[in-house]
Design a protein. Structure first.
Length: 244
């Protein structure tokens, strides 16, 4: 977040907008460069207390730090060849100065030439990252619910998909001249608020109209299952079929 605000001069969006999706050349290059786990990366050799990697695009330059498998862009700037304002030259000078400040106030001095601890992610960054994980999960849930509903509406069979801790299924039964029955079942562990997100995003269904079920058409619920049912607006059902 510091890199975004101070180095790239960009506003901090809400947690509903993951930082790695921001439209900026350097962020896009970092995403591309570190998407492949087997790709090779160029180390910033002037920094010796942490392993930082170079990110380059156009005149933008960045320093990327890996926390296990999670990449963090910890500093950014622009290329200024031959100038002390060049990003990598300025990064080295800042890291040297930070080491001197650290050693001036700590009884056990740092043995290396640089110190970039002040650039690494803070607790605020980790908290933000956890919120963004939730954002991505909700996005996937909404998209999957709509796809499962559409698929089941076409063939009358349950369509299901797996998430890390649960399996989500949607069953739609539609007959001409009759109400369209919709059932949602979740197998596994899921918090109540996440189940509410699922039910709220089933197309054509009133979020307040769901009722808990103790059986699904043709079978009883298994011990690890929970299910709800309602009816779908026939106009919404017709629209879903038209979308394909």
């Amino acid at each position: 977040m510091r890199t975004l605000r101070e180095d790239l001069k960009l506003p901090l969006p809400s947690a509903r907008e993951p930082l790695d999706e921001i439209d900026h050349p350097l962020l896009g290059k970092a995403r591309e460069q570190f998407a492949d786990d087997h790709a090779s990366h160029e180390r910033i050799r002037a920094i010796d207390d942490e392993l930082l990697f170079k990110v380059k695009v156009q005149r933008w330059r960045g320093a990327l730090w890996l926390d296990e498998d999670q990449p963090w862009l910890v500093a950014a700037g622009q290329r200024e060849d031959g100038s002390s304002e060049d990003f990598y030259a300025a990064l080295e000078a800042d890291a040297n100065a930070a080491r001197a400040r650290y050693n001036a106030v700590h009884p056990k001095p740092l043995t290396g030439k640089t110190h970039v601890g002040h650039l690494l992610p803070t607790q605020d960054d980790y908290d933000r990252h956890r919120l963004e994980v939730g954002t991505r999960l909700v996005r996937r849930l909404v998209a999957e619910v709509q796809d499962l509903t559409r698929g089941s509406l076409h063939d009358g069979h349950e369509h299901a998909t797996d998430f890390p801790t649960f399996r989500l299924g949607v069953l739609v039964r539609a007959d001409d001249g009759h109400e369209t029955y919709v059932a949602v079942r979740i197998t596994g562990s899921v918090p109540d608020d996440l189940a509410a997100v699922v039910l709220r995003h089933v197309p054509g269904c009133d979020p307040a109209s769901w009722f808990p079920e103790y059986a699904l058409p043709g079978r009883h619920l298994l011990p690890a299952e929970q299910a709800w049912s309602t009816v779908m607006d026939p106009h919404a059902a017709a629209k879903l079929l038209e979308e394909d």
